[in-house]
Structure formats: C-alpha cells, structure tokens
Design a protein. Structure first.
Length: 145
C-alpha cells in the first residue's frame, strides 16, 4: 500500500513549493530512489526542469521530462504531466491540484504544502481522501525552524 508524506512548509509561493521539491528530489535520488514529479502541464514541467538545473549551484539532480525522446529509461528523476507515468512505481511527488488516478502504483507519495489558499485546499482534500481509505499517512510540519 502506498505510504503518503505531507510536508507543510512556511512558504507561501509556488517557488517555495518547487524549491523544496527540488531539494526533496535531490535527497531521494541520492538514496537511489526513483522519483516522478507530477505537475499540471508541459509548461510547468519545462519550468521545473530549468529549476532543477539551477536551484542550487553545487547540486546535480539527473532528471528528464517523462517520455522525452532523449530521456534515459533509467533516469533517477522524471517530470511528468501526462496521465500514464510508464513504469514508475517508487516515489511520486505530486504538485497537482488533482490526485492522479495512478498514485496507488507508487510505494510512496509526497505532497508539498505551502501557505496559499488553493494549495491548502487541495492538499486537505488529498489528505482526507487518503485517510478515509486507510493509506498510511505521515505529516511533517516544516513551518518552524
């Protein structure tokens, strides 16, 4: 059964949410986990792709857009926006207002929360949906310190 982690940040912007996502993807990749970052559109995927290259000068997070022609099949971090993530099944970081229907094929799901009304609303809905169905949930309050 998919285990879900909710990271509640003090930040209020999409940049805060995505910067934390870059750091989380880096940590997961260093632990040899395979990561899918799910976003809402191709434009978001391309923007996050740029951010993963630039979020920290000394960071290197091997990544590619999911299903890109030049993407290696064993790429540690993929960015997707389509409905089918292919053979991914390790960790999904969801940055979408919708909880993708395929989330349950992953071992872990991460939701990154910032203090913005729309994000708070949809992540509460995701939390409630998962809790009502008995998924193991872990809440990480990162608003202090």
């Amino acid at each position: 059964m998919t285990k879900a982690d909710f990271y509640n940040l003090a930040g209020q912007t999409r940049h805060d949410q995505w910067f934390f996502t870059c750091r989380l993807a880096e940590q997961l990749q260093q632990k040899k986990r395979r990561v899918l970052i799910q976003v809402g559109s191709k434009e978001d995927a391309e923007e996050l792709d740029r951010m993963l290259w630039e979020f920290r000068p000394d960071a290197f997070v091997p990544h590619a857009l999911l299903n890109a022609e030049d993407a290696p099949s064993d790429c540690p971090v993929s960015i997707g926006w389509q409905n089918d993530p292919g053979d991914h099944h390790d960790v999904m970081i969801n940055l979408c207002p919708e909880l993708p229907v395929f989330f349950s094929r992953f071992q872990r799901l991460a939701e990154v929360i910032v203090q913005e009304d729309a994000v708070l609303e949809y992540t509460r809905l995701h939390y409630r949906f998962l809790k009502d169905r008995g998924y193991p949930l872990k809440y990480h309050d990162r608003r202090m310190g």
